[in-house]
Design a protein around this ligand. Structure first.
Ligand code: SF4
Ligand code: SF4
Length: 118
């Protein structure tokens, strides 16, 4: 599969807001998904209220980048980036081969880490 352009990468996001809920990473690595949304998530539209400055105002907000998305095991199964990763792997191109070098940011995540990790 060919590497994606920035707009193509951005378009993978479904704007579902599914990644914008607090998560708890346990000591054994298990990630628990909670029903607690980020304070900046608009519950009506599922869009971020501070998207342009999200990393400044929300320290827990993390970028989804092509080179790191394969490591983000807390993304929802129906996330557009997860679906893309599945397609890449199915095509046997390998996630790093297909995704490397884009350096773009997609939607972001919020993770609350408990139990002394990180
Ligand atoms: S994009 Fe980041 S700041 Fe915005 S709602 Fe989601 S987690 Fe919060
Ligand atoms: S990054 Fe994934 S989970 Fe988050 S809003 Fe986009 S499609 Fe939904």
């Amino acid at each position: 599969m060919k590497p994606l352009s920035h707009p193509q990468w951005e378009d993978l996001c479904r704007r579902c807001g599914g990644c914008c809920y607090e998560k708890i990473e346990h000591d054994d690595g298990f990630v628990e998904h909670t029903q607690t949304p980020c304070r900046y998530l608009d519950g009506r539209t599922n869009l971020c209220l501070v998207y342009q400055e999200r990393f400044e105002v929300c320290p827990d907000c993390l970028p989804v980048r092509p080179e790191t998305v394969a490591e983000l095991n807390w993304l929802p199964e129906d996330c557009g980036y997860v679906a893309h990763l599945r397609r890449v792997r199915a095509a046997d191109a390998g996630p790093t081969t297909d995704l490397a070098g884009q350096g773009r940011q997609g939607r972001v995540q919020r993770v609350s880490v408990l139990g002394g990790k990180r």
